[in-house]
Design a protein around this ligand. Structure first.
Ligand SMILES: Nc1ncnc2c1ncn2[C@@H]1O[C@H](COP(=O)(O)OP(=O)(O)OP(=O)(O)O)[C@@H](O)[C@H]1O
Ligand SMILES: [Mg+2]
Length: 449
């Protein structure tokens, strides 16, 4: 028989750490109850679909499934059970160093959540109990910046083999906590406010002047050669298209191509801002969603339009964002615009789509060469033109709006093939392939009039 488990959720959203509520997990259910004092703060809560103002003291109950042992916003704090997940291996390596070797499966998930479910992306911090939370927030923070080059360069390089046993040096410098979803090696760090200068520190814990939080994304050259410059190019294009894109710097750390990206889930003072991936939002509202692509773009539009709890404030604007994101994904060769690559953010009480992240043109790599990871407008049964028209119509846009947008997309991406050609690290075969893909797409899109 399973033993019930308990944990607490805290947040630093209001600058001062505050207890948000309690998690209670039985063999069959995950339960969460907001803390009495938290309800008085008026702050956003666990996730978009669980607004404290509406939920109040009612315990949220969700049946555990093989896909979600925890409420989706909490499940997001646990890196997936893959031996190739860098973040997961990093934390398990850290726990093993401390003599904690949990059984595989949910025991490991829970150990990860208790030890590293705080201080990561977003506004939620999970701890074993209130004392653990208070200790963690009280812990004096070394906030000095160190040059990355010599100090842990070698270990870092070893880390990129993903199965390094020697995790302690990096862990000491970066801390055990940071955990970000996804398959690409990433670290959460702080850098000077003025921008990347080759030095990093621990993530900011309380408003330290002169620093900002950032993510370091490292290239896995063996699997995805050139991916960093490709992601940087795609981010530039999205910025040129008028999307909000975080500040970023392309660099190399000990020969490893690296992208340093400013975090949008922290405000200028380093205070956490409410953010949630669309995966968490959609899965909270619909139990049929069991992985990060088990829906359609049309269904996202429908959820935006008709969810009983508003997912964003400006629905029309959000649907336009969604349509444009899909058009740019098509035009740039990014088949990977899944539910974890889009988020909502609550800024000054207003929910909207977050700035753009991870728009990497994954079709440059043959194993990821598919048009899109999720369907739209019945594509497959109907041709691209018809599918886009249907999708646009489902979002409430007329044909003229779609064709205007396509014209804009073709204009913004007109120099894209030349820019792909000019990349330094992407192998020639991948360049050729991606250029072929986007050129064919350009022709197809151009025919939609
Ligand atoms: N600039 C940012 N600020 C705050 N959060 C971010 C930022 N960039 C990414 N994130 C969060 O971190 C998660 C992982 O980042 P990202 O999607 O860039 O990499 P990845 O998931 O490793 O790539 P892939 O999707 O190919 O596996 C995202 O789902 C998002 O929640
Ligand atoms: Mg991603």
């Amino acid at each position: 028989m399973a033993t019930d488990r308990e944990a607490v959720v805290w947040t630093r959203m209001s600058m001062r750490p505050a207890k948000m509520g309690r998690i209670y997990l039985t063999g069959s259910e995950c339960r969460f109850t907001y803390a009495e004092d938290f309800l008085k703060t008026g702050l956003p809560g666990l996730g978009v679909v669980y607004p404290p103002g509406i939920i109040q003291r009612t315990t949220i109950v969700r049946q555990r499934t093989e896909f979600f042992d925890l409420l989706p916003p909490l499940q997001s704090l646990v890196p997936p059970r893959s031996e190739r997940n860098f973040q997961r291996q990093l934390i398990l390596g850290y726990l093993a160093d401390k003599g904690i070797v949990p059984a595989q499966g949910f025991d490991a998930d829970w150990a990860i959540l208790m030890n590293a479910g705080h201080g990561g992306i977003g506004h939620l911090d999970v701890f074993e109990n209130d004392n653990a939370a208070m200790d963690w927030y009280r812990f004096p923070q070394k906030q000095d910046l160190r040059a990355v080059t010599d100090e842990f360069g070698f270990t870092l390089k070893e880390f990129l083999t993903w199965f390094s046993v020697d995790s302690d040096v990096l862990i000491q410098l970066i801390g055990p906590s940071p955990s970000v979803g996804g398959a690409i090696p990433k670290l959460l760090v702080s850098i000077p406010k003025s921008g990347w200068d080759g030095r990093i520190g621990l993530p900011i814990r309380d408003g330290v002047g002169g620093l900002i939080d950032a993510i370091l994304k490292f290239e896995q050259t063996a699997t995805y050669p050139g991916i960093i410059e490709l992601e940087a190019l795609a981010l530039d294009l999205h910025e040129e298209a008028g999307f909000e894109v975080p500040r970023r710097w392309q660099t190399e750390i000990n020969g490893i191509p690296t992208l340093v990206i400013e975090r949008f889930d922290r405000d200028v003072a380093g205070t956490p801002v409410f953010t949630e991936t669309l995966y968490s939002v959609m899965a909270s509202g619909d139990r049929r969603i069991t992985n990060h692509y088990s829906t359609s773009y049309d269904a996202i539009g429908r959820a935006i339009e008709s969810s009983p709890i508003d997912l964003v404030r400006e629905k029309k604007e959000a649907n336009l964002h969604l349509l444009k994101r899909l058009l740019y994904a098509l035009a740039t060769g990014n088949g990977d615009l899944h539910l974890e690559n889009m988020s909502v953010i609550n800024r000054d009480g207003t929910l909207s789509f977050s700035p753009v992240y991870d728009p990497t043109p994954m079709r440059a790599y043959s194993i990821h060469n598919m048009l899109t990871v999720m369907p739209f407008g019945g594509y497959g049964e109907v041709h691209l033109k018809e599918a886009l028209l249907r999708f646009a119509a489902n979002l409430g846009f007329k044909q003229k709006k779609l064709t205007d947008l396509i014209e804009e997309v073709l204009s913004v991406t007109s120099s894209y093939p030349a820019r792909i050609k000019a990349l330094k690290k992407l192998p020639g075969a991948n360049k050729k392939n991606l250029i072929k893909i986007v050129s064919a797409m350009k022709t197809d899109l151009g025919e939609i009039k």
